[in-house]
Ligand binder design. Structure first.
Ligand SMILES: Cc1cc2nc3c(=O)[nH]c(=O)nc-3n(C[C@H](O)[C@H](O)[C@H](O)COP(=O)(O)OP(=O)(O)OC[C@H]3O[C@@H](n4cnc5c(N)ncnc54)[C@H](O)[C@@H]3O)c2cc1C
Length: 391
C-alpha cells in the first residue's frame, strides 16, 4: 500500500529541535527564496548575471545582512537563526548565500569586530540595510591557501597609508561600495577600510566561470590607493584578523550547504515520483530508493552537525577546529548529494530547469573557498595527531 511521501527533514522530526522564533525566521527566508530566487536563479546562472544591488536591498529589508551582529541596524539574532537563514538562501543558490555571507560575515563582521567607532557608524547601518555592499580582499593571485605570503602592501606616507597590490577571486568585488582589504605593513598584516571610489582602486569581473555563476567574482587592483591614517582597522594585527572573519563565514557555510543538499534531494524525489519508466514511477525502483535513502541520511547528519555547532556557537564554546569539521563534512556530503540527485533526473538533470547540477557546480566553489577541503582535512589531521602537515 502506498503512503504519502515525507519531506526529507520530517524523517527525524528535526523541526522539534528549533525554537518558535528560529522557525519563524527560517520560514520568512524560505518564503522569500521560493518567491524571489527560485523562479529566476536558473536564468541568472545561465547568463552569469545577478541584480546584486536590487537583491542586496531586498535582503537588507529581510534583515539577513549581518543578522547575527549586535547594534548599528543589525538584527542581533542567534547563530542558529543565522545558520538557518544561510540554509534557506543556499536552497535557492550558493551564489545568493555567498552575497549574504561576504556582506555579513566577512565585510561587516571585520568592521564590527575590529573597526573604530567611526567605521562602524559610517558603514554598518547602510550595509545592514543593503544600501551599501561590501567585499573582503584576502586572496591574491599567488597566495590562496597560504595568505601569510601576501604581497599587497600598505606603506606610510606622512599620516596617510598607500596601498598597492592585487586581490583575486573577490566575491561582490565589482558591485562593492567598500572593500575590507588585508595588506602587509611594517607592523605585520593589517586590515583597511577602502571605499571603492578611492582613486587607484579598480575591480574587474572574472568571466568564464562554470560555478557560482549567480554571484559576482572579481579581481581587485590597488595602485597607489591613498587612504587617511584612520582607514586601518585598529582592533587587530596579524593573520588572526582575516582568519577570524573566515571562521564566521565558514560557520554559515556549514548550514548553508545543507540547503543546497535539501533542495537537490527534494528535486530528485519530486522528479522520481512523476517520471515513469517501464510503466511505473522511477521512485518505485529499489536502486532509486537506495539513492534517496542514502542522501536523506547524510542530509540529516549534516544538519544535526550544523545545529550542534550552532548551539555551541551561541554558548560561546565553538572553536575553529570544530568549524573545520563542519565545513569539511557538510560541503563534501552536499556535493555528493547534489551529484547523486542529478543522476535520478537523467537527461533532464543537465539543464538549468532543475536545480541539482547547478547546486553541484556551485558547491565545487564552496569546496575551495573559505579554506579548501584539503586544508580543513589537515586541520582535523593536526587536531588528531598534533602534527601540522600543511607546512
Ligand atoms: C567563487 C569564489 C569566490 C571567492 N571569494 C573570495 C572572497 O570574497 N575573498 C577572498 O579573499 N577570497 C575568495 N576566494 C578565494 C578562495 O578563498 C581561494 O580560492 C582558496 O583559498 C584557495 O586558494 P587558491 O585558489 O589560490 O588555491 P591554492 O591555495 O593554490 O590551492 C590549490 C590546491 O592545492 C591544495 N593545497 C594548497 N596548499 C596545500 C597544503 N599545504 N597541503 C595540501 N594541499 C594544499 C589546495 O587544497 C588546492 O587543492 C573565492 C574563490 C572562489 C572560487
Amino acid at each position: 500500500m502506498a503512503h504519502a511521501p515525507q519531506s526529507p527533514f520530517a524523517l527525524l522530526d528535526l523541526d522539534a529541535l528549533l525554537s518558535e522564533e528560529e522557525r519563524a525566521i527560517r520560514d520568512v527566508v524560505r518564503d522569500y527564496v521560493e518567491v524571489r530566487i527560485k523562479p529566476e536563479v536558473g536564468d541568472w546562472f545561465e547568463t552569469g548575471t545577478i541584480p546584486a544591488r536590487e537583491l542586496a536591498r531586498e535582503l537588507g529589508g529581510l534583515g539577513v545582512l549581518g543578522m547575527h551582529l549586535e547594534g548599528y541596524g543589525c538584527a542581533g539574532t542567534s547563530a542558529v537563526a543565522y545558520g538557518l537563514a544561510c540554509l534557506e538562501l543556499e536552497a535557492g543558490d550558493s551564489g545568493i548565500r555567498s552575497l549574504v555571507s561576504v556582506q555579513g560575515s566577512l565585510a561587516m563582521y571585520a568592521i564590527h569586530a575590529f573597526g573604530s567607532e567611526e567605521h562602524k557608524a559610517e558603514w554598518l547601518p547602510r550595509m545592514a540595510a543593503g544600501e551599501a555592499i561590501g567585499c573582503f580582499g584576502l586572496t591574491e593571485p599567488d597566495f590562496g591557501s597560504n595568505p601569510s605570503g601576501m604581497r599587497t602592501s600598505a606603506k606610510r606616507d606622512g599620516d596617510d597609508w598607500v596601498l598597492d597590490g592585487t586581490k583575486m577571486w573577490i566575491t561582490n568585488g565589482t558591485v562593492a561600495d567598500v572593500a575590507v582589504v588585508w595588506a602587509r605593513t611594517d607592523d605585520g598584516i593589517r586590515g583597511f577600510v577602502v571605499p571603492t571610489s578611492t582613486p587607484g582602486f579598480s575591480a574587474r569581473e572574472i568571466h568564464k566561470k562554470l560555478s557560482l555563476r549567480a554571484s559576482v567574482t572579481a579581481e581587485l587592483v590597488l595602485e597607489g590607493v591613498r587612504l587617511p591614517a584612520d582607514a586601518v582597522l585598529p582592533g587587530v594585527k596579524g593573520l588572526r584578523g582575516p582568519l577570524s572573519c573566515l571562521n564566521e563565514a565558514r560557520f554559515g557555510i556549514v548550514f548553508g550547504v545543507m540547503g543546497a543538499a535539501r533542495d537537490s534531494l527534494q528535486a530528485a524525489i519530486d522528479y522520481a515520483l512523476a517520471r515513469e519508466q517501464f510503466d511505473r514511477p522511477i521512485a518505485g525502483f529499489q536502486l532509486t530508493q537506495q539513492k534517496l535513502a542514502d542522501m536523506a541520511l547524510e542530509l540529516q547528519k549534516g544538519y544535526l552537525l550544523a545545529l550542534h555547532l550552532g548551539r555551541l556557537k551561541d554558548a560561546g564554546q565553538i572553536t575553529p577546529q570544530m568549524v573545520s569539521v563542519g565545513k569539511l563534512n557538510n560541503v563534501r556530503e552536499a556535493l555528493r548529494i547534489a551529484r547523486e540527485a542529478r543522476t535520478i533526473l537523467g537527461g533532464s538533470g543537465i539543464t538549468t530547469e532543475y536545480s541539482p547540477l547547478r547546486h553541484a557546480n556551485n558547491l565545487e566553489s564552496v569546496l575551495t573557498y573559505e579554506g579548501t577541503s584539503e586544508i580543513h582535512t589537515l586541520v582535523v589531521g593536526q587536531a588528531l595527531t598534533g602534527l601540522p602537515a600543511y607546512r
